[in-house]
Design a protein around this ligand. Structure first.
Ligand SMILES: NC(=O)c1ccc[n+]([C@@H]2O[C@H](COP(=O)([O-])OP(=O)(O)OC[C@H]3O[C@@H](n4cnc5c(N)ncnc54)[C@H](O)[C@@H]3O)[C@@H](O)[C@H]2O)c1
Length: 310
């Protein structure tokens, strides 16, 4: 039994990770500032510290007796990162450096840190599938900060001997994603609107491709990465390697829910990337796993979890 710190542990992905760690018999400490996190997302016993990952004394205390850290806390919104550049960077990059430094300086010596980067580091790279050895060209403050986190992970490893593993998730979906947030993933918004019989708006022609990953698969990557963390600061995609069109996604959701909602198209969003597809090869090599849940199966589980009668 180990003690893990999960920053952002009351968020969408973090809460699933906490559940899985508790189910495996581990003890869990969570640092979360409740900005998008909710206490009721986690039912099991946790040591909850409410505060920010940018608060160095809090993080220093939080890492004192842990066996490893999963760092997920972030302002996970591309739009907000562009509107509130300095404030979000202070959390997305500054918070990560705070975690790395606390772990580097802790009394018992460094412990492994698994942290969330993002597929946003690729930006508008056109050569698909997107692979970790290829170029990065973030288009947003969020993506730039996530890429900087990876660079700091190298510093953490080479200068301070902190073992890390960075993960670049593509579009993660599943239960507990907040459909009310304007920043939420497209799946939670479509599913919520379909359930309520409201029309579904697609920006542009709906031919945009995305690589959707079911949350339970993402949790397996996080857990495996804890064993694979190293001072060489490895980084791997969390993706399926398959893509689905946004229009097709909306149609599957309407079919599964039997919803009377209709689909209509609005003007394309500026900067919307037409295609995004990750390569799962390196994760398979480093972690020995791949994201296996088929989109329709994941959607069924999401809709069932939300109490849909299908
Ligand atoms: N959901 C995705 O598709 C996706 C894709 C790529 C990367 N990621 C990354 O995965 C991680 C989790 O994302 P999510 O989708 O669960 O988002 P989320 O917003 O549901 O979770 C983030 C959590 O961090 C907390 N938080 C935010 N700022 C904080 C701060 N300053 N101090 C402490 N806690 C703070 C929030 O309250 C929330 O509980 C993030 O790092 C995100 O950038 C997510």
């Amino acid at each position: 039994m180990s003690l893990y710190l999960v920053t952002g542990g009351l968020g969408f992905i973090g809460s699933h990770l906490v559940d899985s760690l508790l189910a495996a018999g581990h003890r869990v400490r969570v640092v979360d500032d409740l900005s998008t996190g909710r206490r009721d997302r986690v039912a099991g016993p946790i040591d909850l510290l409410i505060g920010s990952v940018t608060d160095a004394p809090l993080i220093n205390a939080a890492v004192a007796d842990i066996d490893g850290c999963f760092h997920l806390a972030a302002v996970a919104s591309v739009a907000r990162s562009n509107e509130e550049w300095r404030e979000t960077s202070a959390v997305n990059l500054g918070g990560t450096v705070t975690v790395f430094e606390a772990v580097a300086r802790r009394q018992g010596g460094p412990v492994p840190v698994v942290y969330m980067s993002s597929a946003a580091v690729y930006g508008d790279i056109e050569a698909l599938p997107l692979s970790e050895s290829g170029p990065t060209r973030p288009l947003t403050a969020y993506g730039a900060d996530k890429l900087a986190c990876e660079l700091h992970a190298h510093v953490a490893g080479t200068v301070h001997r902190v073992p890390t593993f960075g993960l670049r998730p593509f579009n993660v979906y599943g239960p507990r994603q907040d459909p009310q947030s304007p920043y939420s993933g497209v799946i939670s918004i479509f599913a919520d609107r379909a359930r309520r019989g409201l029309d579904i708006a697609i920006h542009g022609d709906g031919h945009q491709n995305r690589d959707f990953v079911y949350v339970a698969d993402a949790i397996r990557f996080l857990s495996s990465a804890m064993q694979a963390a190293g001072v060489s600061a490895p980084v791997a995609n969390i993706c399926t390697g398959r893509t689905s069109r946004i229009r097709e996604l909306a149609e599957i959701i309407l079919r599964l829910t039997g919803s009377p909602s209709t689909i209509h198209h609005t003007s394309p969003r500026t900067g919307d990337i037409p295609r995004s597809q990750g390569s799962p090869a390196l994760a398979l090599q480093l972690l020995g796993i791949r994201a296996e849940t088929a989109l329709e199966d994941g959607l069924l589980r999401l809709l069932q979890d939300a109490g849909e009668n299908i």
